[in-house]
Design a protein around this ligand. Structure first.
Ligand SMILES: Cc1cc2nc3c(=O)[nH]c(=O)nc-3n(C[C@H](O)[C@H](O)[C@H](O)COP(=O)(O)O)c2cc1C
Length: 192
């Protein structure tokens, strides 16, 4: 298949998450694609535009939450990325709960929740990347498999380009999918 050069902008995939922060005493939420891990340490990053209402809350308290919404909650997830808490009160959209480790709202309706303490901030153009140590994590009991969140039960939303997608199948196991080939027969071959 021939390769074609495309625009120098990232098209994904990303998981859509809801970042939560307390802003002037109220919970506020923003939809983010710029979220991820930085190593195997319990640290997450989020990258927030400096003018967002949520950004002010993260700076004010030094804590943020990352909540993984189920794909079924796509309307509320998208809505939190359309309206700003500066003009529209989003505090009643979800049932918030809190952990004693820090002041940021966690979203009851989201199957997985992380509470993070800001340990570093990195300015990126007109955004700030907040690196946060996970100080508490929660998951819905019915989404767990062997004590860990199960991807298909959590059912996150994947974004790519301008589309939202859900997960369909598990296609392999980490550190196992590459070991299928017989020893000595070279690297494994994927089906075309
Ligand atoms: C799918 C999606 C992904 C988004 N990703 C980001 C992001 O990674 N970083 C960011 O700063 N804003 C992102 N936004 C925009 C904010 O969610 C949006 O501006 C929101 O209204 C900010 O709310 P706030 O001002 O109440 O914090 C995204 C929006 C959508 C719909």
């Amino acid at each position: 298949m021939a390769k074609k050069k495309i625009a120098n902008i990232p098209f994904g995939p990303y998981i859509a998450v809801l970042a939560g922060a307390t802003v002037a005493g109220k919970p506020n939420y923003a939809t983010l694609g710029a979220y991820g891990v930085v190593s195997q340490q319990p640290v997450l990053y989020i990258s927030l535009k400096n003018t967002h209402h949520t950004t002010a809350g993260v700076i004010e308290n030094g804590f943020f939450s990352v909540n993984i919404p189920a794909a079924a909650a796509i309307a509320k997830t998208d809505y939190c990325g359309i309206v700003s808490g500066r003009e529209t009160d989003k505090s009643g959209l979800f049932e918030a709960f809190y952990d004693e480790a820090g002041n940021a709202p966690l979203i009851k309706e989201c199957p997985v929740n992380y509470l993070c303490k800001v340990i570093r901030t990195i300015p990126i153009f007109d955004f700030t990347m907040f690196l946060g140590e996970i100080v508490a994590a929660y998951a819905d009991e019915d989404c767990l498999d062997g004590g860990q969140p199960d991807a298909l039960k959590v059912s996150p939303t994947v974004m790519m380009a301008a589309g939202y997608f859900d997960l369909k199948d598990r296609i392999g196991s980490v550190f196992k999918a590459g070991r299928g080939a017989d020893a000595g027969s070279g690297p494994p071959q994927d089906n075309p």
